[in-house]
Design a protein around this ligand. Structure first.
Ligand SMILES: [Zn+2]
Ligand SMILES: [Zn+2]
Length: 139
């Protein structure tokens, strides 16, 4: 993604937008809160404010560039919308987010919906629990 993607999404190319976009693309972690993006920008010695980062992320969300997740007990996290469907596991201790995709679950969901005469438009499945590191630290 680059300035072309911003234009296609109907957004003018501005420095903060390009910076935030590049963080989302290049970060090892795919699901970032506004604070995470802000910290990475600071590490790159970019002068910006958390409010700006938040505003840019919200604009990206409206433009369909990113998806916002409001996981339980977590700050909102953002990820680039790759249009590849996946679901999430969230560690309730450290907030780590793991992505997964299981065709059998997808098919089963369709069957269940059909049994209820329900037509799915979208779905999100989130499992809450402990990642292996937090699980290992359990007493
Ligand atoms: Zn954890
Ligand atoms: Zn994801």
């Amino acid at each position: 993604m680059d300035s072309t993607d911003l234009k296609q999404a109907g957004l003018k190319t501005t420095l903060p937008r390009l910076r935030v976009l590049s963080i989302l693309e290049n970060s090892k972690v795919k699901h970032l809160s506004a604070e995470d993006v802000y910290k990475e920008l600071l590490e790159e010695k970019e002068s910006t404010s958390l409010a700006t980062v938040y505003r840019v992320l919200t604009q990206f969300e409206s433009a369909g560039l990113v998806i916002r997740h409001n996981f339980e007990g977590e700050r909102a996290v953002f990820e680039l919308d790759t249009e590849e469907h996946h679901d999430h596991m969230v560690c309730v201790k450290c907030g780590k987010v793991i992505e997964f995709f299981d065709q059998r679950i997808e098919i089963q969901q369709d069957k269940v919906a059909k049994n209820h005469d329900f037509f799915i438009q979208d779905h999100s499945l989130t499992l809450y629990g402990l990642c292996k590191h937090c699980h290992a630290k359990q007493p």
